[in-house]
Design a protein around this ligand. Sequence first.
Ligand code: AMP
Length: 196
Amino acid sequence: MRALNSICVFCGSSEGDDERIVEAAVTLGKKMAQQQISLVYGGAKIGIMGKVADSVMQCSGEVVGVIPEFLKQKEIVHLGVHKLITTTNMHERKMKMQALSDGFITLPGGFGSLEELFEVITWSQLGLHQKPIGLLNVEGFYDDLLAMLEHMVHKEFLKKEDYKLLLVDKDIDKLLEKMKAFKSLKVSKWLKKDRT
Ligand code: AMP
């Protein structure tokens, strides 16, 4: 079993229209705090991002926000977090979030959340990290996306083994268990050689 001391959560800067999704974000925050897993996230006060952060803090957990300077106004920076890291741009933000985390969980969100999720999957696919990537498919929010990914496997544009890099569950405890048990087989030989 791998230790998960910190998890980066990608999720919406909106709250959506479904109270059950907001509740799932709050429950995730609570469970992370209870299991002493610190939260690394986008540093905003708004949307379900803010809900997860508030929930972790209400349960005495640790929160690290990572936000680019230009987004501080737009996304309303959360000044209550334990540590706030300001970056110069989005790329630096994602690098920082990746470096600070032992794994990733994506909750419902929009383009921003999908971009962040797919970036960490592609980095894993390339063997650039071996960290677990979880998708919390609460209320079947991601059913259509998963159907699309299966279609990509079926059409042989996505390798089955790469699809398996995405750990999916609708239940938070089960998702965390899958992440703790995750063993990456992806250490690319050419990348290893290239990096030396
Ligand atoms: P969204 O899922 O669109 O509500 O966005 C959620 C988070 O993703 C927000 O913190 C955004 O700042 C971030 N985000 C938006 N666009 C991008 C992008 N192109 N790359 C990385 N993160 C982004």
